[in-house]
Design a protein around this ligand. Structure first.
Ligand SMILES: [Zn+2]
Ligand SMILES: [Zn+2]
Length: 126
């Protein structure tokens, strides 16, 4: 199975995800605004198919009663979100570099987006 390979800014945290990961999904909620400085662009995959490696382990933070967020303990790159007790993980799309051949497939919490940016244009219908 093809894999997507990603890493944080310092390279300490490496991640592998299935090429079948869904997304890009853009979340415009207020938590993502604060945590990412912008909307959170994510790829969604089964947690059991995501492999973390490298010198450092993701540091998980309880961002709410329902979800945890991970960052690199050295460079602080935002890595992922996972629902508590869930079976999926949402990976920061930026980890996979600028050549990732993806478009925004879905947007959530669009009503929460701040006034200072327009929503990204939806993917054009084929
Ligand atoms: Zn790092
Ligand atoms: Zn969000």
């Amino acid at each position: 199975m093809d894999k997507l390979q990603g890493h944080c800014h310092c390279g300490g945290v490496q991640v592998s995800a299935p090429a079948s990961a869904f997304g890009v999904v853009a979340c415009h909620c207020e938590d993502c605004q604060r945590l990412h400085g912008n909307y959170f662009a994510m790829l969604v995959a089964p947690a059991s198919d995501v492999v973390w490696s490298g010198d450092l382990a993701p540091q998980w933070y309880d961002s709410s009663a329902q979800a945890q967020r991970a960052h690199c303990p050295r460079c602080g790159s935002r890595l992922a979100k996972r629902p508590v007790g869930g079976e999926r993980v949402m990976l920061s799309t930026g980890l996979f570099g600028r050549h990732l051949q993806r478009r925004i497939e879905k947007q959530v919490w669009t009503e929460s987006h701040p006034a200072w940016y327009a929503l990204p244009a939806p993917k054009e219908a084929p």
